[in-house]
Design a binder for this molecule. Structure first.
Ligand code: FPP
Length: 231
């Protein structure tokens, strides 16, 4: 969800206004996603590197996240959205941890959309933690299977399964992955949009999903022949 700060600065507004507008874009995308066939949506809300931002911006973001989570629970629940967080929790402010726990509990039966919020997230950190968990209790080298199994669970140590990502969308004009879901993105289709995150609408979701369907995915194999397609 990149481009909040620049969106605000271009309007002569404080950066935090960009994050506020970003929350509105989150609402639009979450409402629209299921209708376009999106079953799982992972939003990169705060990276481990984002702690380097000025304390005032970090605390405004944390506040917006707690407020947003508390405010949205009834609608998420009504729309069958299950919300869970991935990333570290131990460094988040208590109010945000509490809002998250409540939202996760309240929405636990949702099946229309699996919404994952990446908070204090770093994919390299998640991979390192998963690899450490694969080490046998007495020490030594984990088996190939144990390692692959542990890495397959990198999203979250508490049981949220890693899913291969179909489509990665980054807004805001930059073209990089920024330590996001590196394992899960192995065969993802990548889409980089110039639109800043607060400018994202339902139409952006429609166009992004259409762009995804226009790609030919081969997963390292060959394109199917016309005969195979007809069979
Ligand atoms: C990146 O833009 C955006 C963020 C660091 C924050 C994203 C978080 C939200 C939109 C809040 C989500 C809220 C809920 C309730 C899910 P940037 O600040 O890096 O923009 P810039 O590159 O233009 O400076």
């Amino acid at each position: 969800m990149d481009g909040n700060g620049r969106w605000a600065e271009a309007r002569g507004l404080p950066r935090t206004e960009g994050h506020r507008a970003g929350v509105e874009a989150v609402r639009r995308v979450v409402r629209a996603a299921p209708a376009y066939g999106v079953g799982t949506l992972t939003l990169y809300a705060f990276s481990q590197d984002n702690w380097q931002r000025p304390p005032a911006e970090v605390s405004a973001l944390m506040h917006l996240l707690s407020l947003g989570l508390r405010r949205e629970v009834p609608e998420l629940k009504a729309n069958g959205v299950r919300l869970r967080a991935i990333g570290r929790r131990d460094r988040l402010p208590g109010a945000l941890r509490a809002a998250l726990a409540r939202a996760e509990w309240e929405t636990r039966h949702g099946t229309a959309l699996d919404l994952r919020l990446a908070l204090d997230y770093s994919s390299r950190d998640a991979l390192t933690r998963a690899a450490a968990l694969a080490v046998p209790p007495g020490g030594g080298i984990p088996s190939r299977e144990a390692l692959s199994d542990a890495l397959g669970r990198v999203l979250h140590p508490d049981g949220i399964e890693a899913r291969p990502v179909d489509l990665f969308v980054r807004t805001g004009g930059e073209q990089r992955l920024s330590d996001f879901l590196l394992w899960e993105l192995a065969y993802a289709e990548l889409l980089f949009l110039d639109t800043p995150w607060p400018g994202v609408t339902e139409e952006t979701v429609r166009q992004s999903v259409a762009a995804f369907h226009s790609r030919q995915r081969r997963f390292g194999g060959l394109a199917p022949t016309p005969a195979a397609l007809a069979a």
